[in-house]
Design a protein around this ligand. Structure first.
Ligand code: FAD
Length: 482
């Protein structure tokens, strides 16, 4: 993975930078010792590593404003970081950058049940947002599988989704407002605790902008009353394609389950060995969850089961109680960890039209043979969001490069069938150089002009999202100033 050469000028000025950061932050908020900066050398795309020049852990929006003013004046790149669970290298530092981590900013600022919103500092973890309101019967809908660890900051930057987003939408559908600090240190409020804020839709621009435009410090999020009940059903098939066809039929029939999750045989085997969720060892599994009142659940399940039976399932298991429901989800939620026990893996993230599932799964198996690397699939099938997990051996020379090439072919396949390069993990560095496959130069230019407005010197989250060749002139102009 190519990264730009760090600015020697910035590296040389580290002592001055640290001194200035310490003038606006307490000692424990500035990490500049080489051994300690290694803790920030990567995110969950751990194949790529680079310790930053320093890391800062502010506690307030005002501290963030002061940090950014210093970095802007000294022309030092800044890499925003939530919990570092990005699977696309979105929070990967460069050697001349400062990591700005919001993990200490995790307070609940306001809860309003009549108007159904919660306001939190952006470092709060996803699951603990629901944790703050569930006692009163509410929840925050977007549920990435990493929800125990990932922060709302990262969720907003990546426009994250999760298993239940089929019904409730992704982060952008549940975000009402943000407090945001520009690279120049200006603090601005965008949106608020009401639907459809006035003015230009800057919230739509910020959500999914991958830390390219500024730092989100607070978020106002929509919360929903918990449904009366929910039940998953587990359906096993002897072929991936059959499971894919079943998903397409369910969606076509107009049934809207809250989640349709898919796992193939390598993932099922790994998950069973790891979590013992009681899954049948078949070729493909669907976990389909419906929710509502008992009557609504029964009606939806009946329709789903009727469709599934037409595809000759080898297993059809309705959860009888909460315990069984939890076991069904335990396997799905453990799948990534289970695959990680087998070997190193790279988790891809692309989106396809649901009707293309059978073809894409078949083609992916052919590519797996061609590249000689195994691939496991666990993904949000209901909205066509694939997560192929390519297994490789980081210690075997050339394996990472083969894995990257294989991954690139899968993502190109997604675009070829009418989908796109990313579903919910973002572009980061992982898909940066494939943006040419999805966008014409004129489209990329329009996107880069937006960045020019917010971050004229291209200091925010360098070397992500835009192909290096497309952004070279802008980055070079910036480093000439640094
Ligand atoms: C096991 C596992 C399962 C996962 N499952 C899912 C899933 O189901 N759905 C899903 O969508 N994702 C999933 N992910 C990916 C990841 O958890 C999400 O992308 C998540 O939103 C990242 O949040 P984070 O706080 O860890 O962000 P980080 O990794 O720290 O950063 C992610 C991006 O956000 C930017 N950023 C961070 N903080 C800020 C800020 N304050 N202001 C502006 N930009 C900022 C960073 O620069 C970076 O570009 C999974 C990851 C793992 C490891």
């Amino acid at each position: 993975m190519e990264m730009p050469t760090p600015s020697q000028n910035v590296l040389n000025r580290k002592p001055e930078l640290v001194k200035r950061l310490l003038s606006v932050l307490p000692r424990d908020a500035v990490i500049d010792h080489e051994a300690e900066t290694k803790a920030y050398e990567c995110d969950a795309l751990s194949a790529y590593r680079c310790p930053p020049l320093a890391a800062v852990l502010p506690r307030t929006t005002e501290e963030i404003s002061a940090i950014l003013k210093i970095c802007n004046e000294m022309q030092v790149p800044v890499v925003p970081r939530g919990s570092g669970t990005s699977l696309s290298g979105g929070a990967l530092p460069t050697a001349d950058s400062v990591i700005l981590g919001v993990a200490r900013m995790n307070a609940v600022l306001e809860t309003n049940y009549p108007d159904r919103y919660i306001k939190v500092q952006s470092g709060r973890t996803n699951l603990s947002v629901t944790g703050a309101v569930e006692v009163d019967g509410f929840f925050y809908a977007p549920d990435p599988s990493s929800q125990l660890a990932c922060a709302i900051a990262g969720n907003i930057a990546m426009n994250s989704g999760g298993a239940h987003c089929l019904k409730y939408g992704v982060t952008s559908n549940n975000l009402l407002g943000v407090k945001f600090v520009t690279m120049q240190g200006d603090i601005i409020e965008i949106g608020g605790p009401y639907l459809d804020a006035e003015g230009l839709d800057l919230l739509g621009l910020i959500c999914g902008s991958e830390g390219q435009l500024g730092i989100v410090t607070e978020a106002t999020l929509r919360i929903l009353p918990k449904p009366e009940g929910a039940l998953p059903v587990l359906i096993g098939f002897d072929k991936n394609e059959t499971a894919g066809a079943c998903v397409a039929d369910i969606v076509k029939a107009g049934v809207l389950p809250v989640a349709i999750e898919f796992m193939d045989s390598p993932c099922i085997k790994a998950t069973e060995a790891f979590a013992g969720a009681g899954y049948p060892l078949c070729e493909a599994l669907l976990i389909i969850e419906v929710e509502g009142s008992k009557a609504e659940i029964d009606e939806q399940l009946e329709k789903i089961i009727t469709i599934a039976r037409k595809h000759d399932p080898v297993e059809l298991r309705e959860a009888k109680d909460e315990d069984e429901a939890n076991r069904i989800w335990l396997g799905r939620k453990s799948a990534f960890g289970a695959m990680g026990q087998l070997n190193d893996y790279m988790c891809l993230d692309g989106t396809i039209p649901v009707t293309q599932l059978p073809y894409v799964l078949r083609r992916m198996n052919e590519l797996s043979e061609e590249f000689g690397l195994k691939v496991g699939n666990v993904f949000h099938a209901g909205d066509g969001n694939l997560h192929p997990l390519i297994l490789y051996d980081a210690n075997k020379p050339g394996d990472l490069q083969t894995c990257e090439a294989f991954g690139a072919e899968i993502l190109k396949l997604c675009v070829e069938v009418g989908g796109c390069l990313t579903g919910e993990h973002g572009v980061g560095i992982e898909k940066r150089d494939l943006m040419h496959v999805q966008f014409e130069p004129v489209d990329l230019e329009a996107q880069m002009q937006i960045k020019d407005v917010f971050d004229p010197n291209w200091l925010m989250n360098p070397a992500k999202v835009f192909p290096l060749s497309s952004s070279a002139d802008r980055r070079n102009a910036s480093s000439a100033m640094g």
